[in-house]
Write a protein that binds this ligand. Structure first.
Ligand code: AMP
Ligand code: ZN
Length: 114
């Protein structure tokens, strides 16, 4: 997926501030942070949207939530509270077609989101 910016980050072809990486998953700082802590956590495998998830991806997505747990604790936002959110398609606010989970925290987040 050479025109996918997140695949380029995964391949090391584009700069990013990586905060976590393993064989299957990467997490890096959002370039336009919307909160004091704003990381993107994503599978290295190119899955365009939540609608493309298959049964076989269940373990991978569970793993992403464990990393969100770990990063939230590490950033000391766990106790106060934080948000993990994934936007899907245009009306959902998705601008990069490589599935990703926003980890947001460090301020009081509003609900409902805009
Ligand atoms: P979404 O709009 O939910 O698809 O989220 C895409 C996110 O990727 C946005 O919050 C952008 O600020 C972020 N983003 C776009 N390009 C980069 C990049 N090169 N490095 C880090 N974050 C990026
Ligand atoms: Zn991709």
């Amino acid at each position: 997926m050479e025109d996918c910016i997140f695949c380029q980050i995964i391949a090391g072809e584009m700069e990013s501030e990586i905060v976590y990486e393993d064989e299957d998953v990467i997490a890096f700082k959002d370039i336009e942070p919307q909160a004091p802590v704003h990381f993107l956590i994503l599978p290295k495998k190119h899955i365009p949207t939540l609608l493309d998830l298959k049964e076989e991806d269940n373990k991978l997505i569970g793993h992403i939530y464990q990393i969100a747990n770990q990063l939230a604790r590490q950033e000391e936002i766990a106790e106060d509270g934080f948000r993990v959110v994934s936007n899907c398609n245009e009306a959902g606010g998705q601008t990069v077609d490589h599935i990703h989970y926003h980890l947001l925290g460090g301020r009081n987040l509003q609900w409902p989101p805009g």
